[in-house]
Design a protein around this ligand. Structure first.
Ligand code: GLN
Length: 474
């Protein structure tokens, strides 16, 4: 019976449809597994009403959505009315949201069961899940290793069969890098494809919600549900959402762009060879590849680490001890309240980002840092535009390494380098996916496909075809 939790989403849907299992039974199995794997620290809070909700759903006459009765997990960055939403921070340790995010609502209206909210780096800043106020998450493949970040709790939960699929967010790589570290599939759609309403803001021009699942096909089913225009998010794209499942399994031809100049510079031979082998598999099976140039890629990391902190310094100014969350004890006056609340409520990484961001935006430095970073961002976007004139998708590794040992990266710049291959897609607002492609020192590696604007279907399709040719994802 317990094998059921390790089935992919498609198979679980089949069992529910044929009434071979109830949502109540499925939810109980997942809750049991969550209890058994408490040490992984994947969840910040559990939904005490999950079983009750499953019972109600089991009593519905018809199936109203493909994922009806499926138990899932939400990154603790998505507001859920009446439920704690901490964003991994002491600042919001006891914050109960008065309203729900669109992502949660869409999945709730589709009759999924929320098992709980997953652990994450504080305010989604980090690449290892070590900045969470609620403690680090362990990688289910090897508990001494990091699951990646910032959505490490969601990635580890999917890998350890603690939910059927999970939501996450990706500002600079926070879905793809943990997906790669945990050996699962993670997709970040086009900026604006999924509403950001009720998703706690880090860097608003980069933040995008997405999905962790066991395969590209499972991700397509879940992503389609959370996608779509939302008038409550002014950056939401008013464009019809295609049938992503159909696009994923359809017979598409691809011309795959490979930025060889970047690949040649990869230092880790395992990562480099694994990528080249993946490309070989695709070529052997009739896919055309083409060398492309992405000349401004070297500058994407520095420009991200100006833009993201700048936006974060503005977004996080709302946590002032008056309106939201934590407030220091016995403030002497208003100034003391602000200073102590923010000093005590935020962790070190978040404070560092606020300081960097405030500096970059201050008079006299704005042009030199923020404006320059925005110019580089425009050039990166342009270089992708040119590349997509000749290719349908672009392939790159997800990360320059496999999962590292928890606590082993102390140098912040080394940690920021985790995002070197993921950040470009965020800066250009493009959809990107990470799928398992093999191993280095017994830890998984990820293959990344980047698509053109609104072409999630193409990257899901090539990923599905790769997953049919390989068994790294099972
Ligand atoms: N690791 C990156 C950072 O710390 C990306 C985080 C994210 O995508 N939320 O900014």
């Amino acid at each position: 019976m317990n094998d059921i939790v390790s089935l992919n989403l498609e198979d679980q849907i089949g069992l529910l449809e044929k009434k071979e299992i109830s949502s109540y039974e499925l939810t109980s199995l997942y809750l049991e597994n969550i209890k058994e794997n408490k040490d992984l620290n994947c969840f910040i809070s559990l939904n005490e009403n999950a079983l009750e909700q499953a019972k109600v759903i089991d009593n519905l006459k018809d199936r109203q959505s493909p994922v009806q009765g499926i138990p899932i997990a939400h990154k603790d960055i998505f507001c859920v009315k009446g439920h704690k939403t901490t964003c991994g921070s002491k600042m919001l340790e006891n914050f109960i949201s008065p309203y729900s995010s669109t992502v949660f609502e869409k999945l709730d209206n589709s009759k999924t069961i929320m098992l709980g909210k997953t652990n994450m780096d504080e305010f989604a800043m980090g690449s290892s899940n070590e900045t969470s106020f609620f403690g680090k998450v362990k990688n289910p493949i090897n508990p001494l290793k990091s699951p990646g970040g910032s959505s490490g709790g969601s990635a580890a939960a999917v890998k350890a069969n603690l939910c059927a699929f999970a939501t996450g967010t990706d500002t600079g790589g926070s879905i793809r890098q943990p997906a790669s570290f945990c050996g699962i599939t993670g997709i970040k759609p086009t900026y604006g494809r999924v509403s950001r309403w009720g998703m706690i803001a880090f860097a608003s021009s980069l933040d995008q919600a997405g999905i962790f699942a066991k395969s590209a096909l499972d991700s397509a089913i879940a992503l389609e549900i959370i996608s779509g225009f939302d008038e409550k998010d002014s950056t939401s794209i008013n464009s019809k959402v295609p049938n992503l499942k159909e696009e994923t399994i359809s017979n598409m031809e691809h011309s795959i762009g490979v930025p060889m100049e970047i690949i040649e510079k990869i230092e880790d031979v395992n990562v480099k060879n694994n990528f080249l082998e993946s490309i070989k598999i695709l070529e052997k099976n009739g896919f055309k590849t083409k060398q492309i140039e992405l000349p401004f890629l070297d500058y994407s990391l520095p420009s991200y680490y100006v833009i993201a902190p700048a936006e974060c310094s503005a977004n996080l100014s709302r946590y002032d001890g008056i309106k939201f969350g934590y407030r220091c004890d016995n403030p002497r006056d208003l100034e003391d309240l602000y200073v102590r609340t923010r000093s005590e409520g935020f962790g070190e990484e978040v404070k560092k980002r606020i300081l960097i961001g405030t500096y970059c935006l201050s008079a006299g430095y704005f042009n030199a840092y923020y404006l320059k970073a925005q110019k580089i961002r425009a050039m990166i976007t342009e270089s992708f535009k040119n590349a997509f004139k000749n290719v349908s998708v672009i392939a790159m590794p997800t990360c320059s390494n496999g999962a590292f040992e928890l606590g082993s990266i102390q140098d912040p710049v080394k940690m920021y380098e985790q995002d070197i291959y993921t950040i470009p897609a965020n800066l250009a607002g493009l959809p990107a996916i990470s799928i398992p492609s093999g191993y280095t020192e017994e830890m998984p590696l990820g293959l990344q496909f980047i698509g053109n604007h609104l072409e999630e279907g193409k990257i899901l399709n090539i990923s599905h075809q790769f997953q049919k040719l390989t068994d790294h994802h099972v």
